[in-house]
Design a protein around this ligand. Structure first.
Ligand code: GLU
Length: 416
């Protein structure tokens, strides 16, 4: 979102490259280069000071050939239509890489939730659903949380949707509270999926899975990965972490449980007892076995890619590495597990949540985690095959798998 960087140009460049390698014709390529549907909403909301503020938001449905659109809604001050287009495109590729019967979508509202009261956020969430309701549904488009949105916001959104439609529709969005039809294991799912691919990558590369790791971004995914990494891999030491307010380091290890409690209480990791304060962005350059970028797009760029020292970069964020940085990391032999797979645990369990909602029958956490492990591991194997077969780097391999599956569905439908 900074400078001249445009996420959608990056996403289109990735699609174009994959389409050329796959030999797609011009019509198929053009279809996959653009979202199928875009909605823009202007929403008046009464604020706590009694005045009405007008917010702008979007919902973009990228490609529905493989199933209904699926993807989160962000509340973020830096949101743009192009960011949402890119994120919707990556969701469409992500669901295809995981072979879920879904398309891709994304939504966003330009707002700064950090400066808003809970009541103002609730009013905005309800206004968004009043605007978007005609275009949502378990068979059309199913939102979920994303940056600065959460299960409470999903609960308000579902309530608004059900008030409008006068019926129960738990499958209209996912990552709800479990009392309202949410799935066990959904809150941990993005982080769990990331650690599972790290486990598989360590096996493949012969890297010790119990070494050191660092986390850039300490929101939901970052916090959960700090707790799950050692649990799933049987060891591992968190040495550095950061959030938007600063970075911290402790070469002897930061206690993840205490750090999460501290972050939830203070709103930042900065000042965590026993840690040394470091510049936020230097967390990306730590000498660790595994680096988890878990914040936003364009974090690893051509400027800092030469300084990345991790053996494995596991992209929990969407689009954290620029194409120029990708080339540098590849040349330097750093194994990047692309977001299309590394961050796909969340949408995979969202899909499980939809299945449970449509049957009104719920699984325990062990079952959900087991199914997630199977799906992610299988997708990692498919990715490895594509890397070997096409002799390309992991991100291009993942894009090739996703684009090929989308293109096939478009062709089977007779669209192109
Ligand atoms: N927002 C998450 C993502 O970017 C989850 C989407 C979903 O569950 O639909 O993958």
């Amino acid at each position: 979102m900074s400078g001249s960087y445009n996420s959608f140009s990056v996403a289109q460049q990735q699609i174009r490259e994959a389409a050329a390698i796959l030999g797609l014709d011009d019509a198929a390529t053009q279809l996959l280069l653009w979202p199928q549907r875009e909605f823009q909403f202007t929403m008046p909301v009464r604020m706590d000071n009694g005045q009405v503020k007008v917010f702008h938001g979007y919902r973009i449905q990228y490609n529905s050939a493989r199933g209904p659109a699926k993807g989160g809604i962000r509340f973020h001050p830096g949101e743009t239509v192009d960011t949402i287009r890119a994120l919707a495109c990556w969701m469409a590729c992500k669901t295809a890489v995981l072979d879920l019967p879904l398309g891709g979508g994304k939504g966003g509202v330009i707002c700064d939730p950090k400066t808003m009261s809970a009541r103002e956020i609730e009013s905005l969430a309800r206004a968004y659903i009043r605007a978007a309701a005609p275009y949502l549904g378990h068979d059309k488009d199913i939102p979920a949380p994303d940056m600065y949105t959460n299960p409470q916001i999903m609960a308000w959104m579902m309530d608004e949707y059900e008030t409008i439609t006068q019926g129960h529709h738990p499958g209209v969005l996912t990552d709800k509270p479990t009392q309202m039809g949410g799935s066990e294991g959904r809150r941990d799912a993005t982080a769990r999926g990331g650690v599972i691919v790290v486990r598989e990558a360590c096996k493949w590369l012969g890297v010790d899975p119990t070494g050191t790791f660092a986390i850039q971004g300490f929101g939901n995914a970052g916090q959960r990965v700090s707790l799950l990494h050692s649990r799933i891999l049987g060891g591992g030491k968190l040495v550095a972490a950061c959030d938007s307010r600063g970075g911290i380091l402790n070469p002897d290890g930061l206690n993840p449980k205490e750090l999460v409690t501290y972050k939830l209480k203070k709103g930042t990791v900065s000042g965590f007892p026993g840690s040394q304060s470091i510049p936020r962005d230097s967390v990306l350059e730590m000498d660790v076995d595994v680096l988890y970028p878990a914040a936003m797009e364009n974090a690893i760029t051509e400027d800092n890619a030469p300084n990345i020292r991790a053996k494995i970069v596991c992209e929990l964020a969407n689009g954290p590495t620029s194409p120029e940085a990708d080339a540098i990391l590849q040349k330097r032999g750093i194994h990047v597990i692309p977001d299309l797979l590394a961050s796909a645990g969340g949408v995979t369990v969202s899909y499980f949540e939809m299945v449970q909602n449509s049957n009104s029958f719920f699984w325990d956490e062990k079952t959900v985690n087991g199914l997630l492990d199977e799906k992610i591991t299988k997708a990692y194997r498919t990715l490895q095959e594509a890397i070997r077969e096409k002799m390309v780097h992991p991100r291009l391999a993942a894009t090739l798998v996703g684009v090929a599956r989308m293109a096939e569905a478009c062709s089977l439908r007779g669209w192109v």
